[in-house]
Design a protein around this ligand. Sequence first.
Ligand code: KMH
Ligand code: ZN
Length: 297
Amino acid sequence: MTPDLLSSDKVIITAAITGGIHGKEANPHIPISPEEQAQAARACYDAGASVLHLHVRGKDGMNTPDLAVYNKAVRLIGESCPLIRQIGNGIGARLDEQWNIVHPTLEQRLNLLNIDPAPEMHTINAGTFEFRTRYGGITFENPMSFNEAYVRGCRERGFVVEIEVYDLGHIANAREMLDSGVLRPPLHFSIVLGILGGAAATPANLLRMVELLPEGSSWQVVTVGKYHLRTEVLAMAMGGNVRTGMEDTLHYGQGEPVKSNAQLVERMARLAREMGREPATVEEARRMLGLPAGKGA
Ligand code: KMH
Ligand code: ZN
C-alpha cells in the first residue's frame, strides 16, 4: 500500500491510557482504578480522542485478567463518554512474589471476548516474540491458532479487530489470515515501533511497514518510548492515524513527566490541526472502522 502523503482525511486519535506493565511507581498520574480510567477517558474524549485502548488493574495495581474488573471499567467508561472501547488482548505482564514475570494464559486472554457490556473493538498481536521491558524479557505468545480463534470469536460477536504488528513478519502473518479468509477486509493495523524485540522507531521502518499492508487497510502508529512524538507526527504527515497515552509514553518532553493522558491527546489534536487534519469525531471514527453508528447518532 502506498502512503497517502497528501491525505486530508480525519485522524483517528486513540488514547491508550493505562497499559499492562508500568504503574504509579513509574508515573503517579497513570489511571489505575476503573473510576480513574473513566475520568481519564472523558478527558481524552474532550481533548479529541475517538478510541480508548484498555488494560485493567486489580487492587494491587497490577494488570489482571479478572473479567469483573474489565466489566466495571468498560461500563464506567461507557457511562462517562461515547469513546469506542478497544480491549488490548495482550493484557500485560506482572511480577509474582519471587519477582518472576508472569503472563496471562491464552485461555484467560480468550475470555476477554466475554466482557459485559461488550466493547466495540479488540486487538490481536500478530506474532510471538520476546518483548523486553524495564522488568525483563517477556515471551509474548501469540500463536496463529490463538489469533485465529480470537478473530473468529470477534466476528461471531460483531467486534472489530485491530491487528498489532511489531515487525515485518507480523504483516505476513496477517496477510496469511486474510488469504485463508479468517480475517476479512478492510483490515485495521497498529504499527508498533520502538519496543525492544520489535522494529525500531525509524522513518524507514514505518514507511516499509505501511507499504507492506494489504491495499485498502487503515493504520495507526503506536510508538513506545523516546521517539514517540516525532514518529507520531511522521505518521500523521503520511496520512495515518495515531495512538498516544501513558501506555506508550510517560514523558511529555525530555525529563518532563506526563501530567495526564489528556495532555498527550491535546497535543496530538493540536498537531493534527496544524497539519490540516481534523481529529475524527467518534461517529466519524466508527464509520472509518466499520462500526455501526452509535446510539447518539
Ligand atoms: N503495549 C503495546 C505496545 C495490546 O494491548 O494488545 C502493545 C499493545 C498490544 O497495546
Ligand atoms: Zn495495549
